[in-house]
Write a protein that binds this ligand. Sequence first.
Ligand code: IPD
Ligand code: CA
Ligand code: CA
Ligand code: CA
Length: 273
Amino acid sequence: NAEDGRACAQRIDAAMSIIRDAGRMALDYFERYRSLAVEEKSGGQDIVSIADRAVESLIREAILDRFGEDGIVGEEHGNVSGSSGFQWLVDPIDGTGSFLHGLQTWSVVIAILRDGEPVAGLVLEPCTGRLYRARCGEGAFCDDAPIAVDTATPFTGGLFAIGASRPEASAHIGAVVTGVLAAGGGYMRNGSAALSLAHVAAGHYLGFYEPQLNAWDCVAGLLIVSEAGGTADDFLGDDGVFARKPCFAAAPQAAPLFRQIVNGEVEPLEGTR
Ligand code: IPD
Ligand code: CA
Ligand code: CA
Ligand code: CA
């Protein structure tokens, strides 16, 4: 109904301005990344700094200032439940590894859910200023230009981003990378799941896969891919926002083979085992 549409539109407008403010703060920290103390969470590949926490605080305060009844789930500061039916998923810096090693491929990520369903996704790449975004049913955009997945390039001409962060997944990731290369695809990784999904939506990668992600990493990007015409898993499904699950998205012509490779259903070529 109209009131619902207005409530969504107000939040999306706010999100567009909040994510830009967050991006400016994050860039400010990035310019002095070498001076930031790096703290380990579960291990040396799972790190965080003051930048992640400060940017998430900025986003949360800006949301609650405007929409005090909304719920928020953020990576660094946890969950507050709300009563309005709206819930925000916040990843203040996706690609902290890239960020704290001085690489530019990290992003600020916001998804907005209504009654548990994604209604909007925003992925800002502060180092280029590009904002990837989608609203459910209204297409995907980079800044003001519509974007679409690359439906012309075959699997063998395409690039596939494969994310991984845990040592336990090493053999599986090795097999997926082997499978992609053996089938003639190209292998890439930029360190930010959300930005990788945005790059599938914009036609740069033909696919993205990671075996274990959180909702704040990928719900925004999956909506952008699906609004851009791609095949994108329903991440939330029956499991909701606290599940850690695989994330899969691809251009439609590449999705079946990429899915088979991910599922271990393709025999590697002779000599590539
Ligand atoms: C991580 C990034 C990375 C992926 C990890 C995520 P963070 O998020 O998306 O690319 O491999 O699984 O946790 O910790 O940088 O926000
Ligand atoms: Ca993290
Ligand atoms: Ca993340
Ligand atoms: Ca993060």
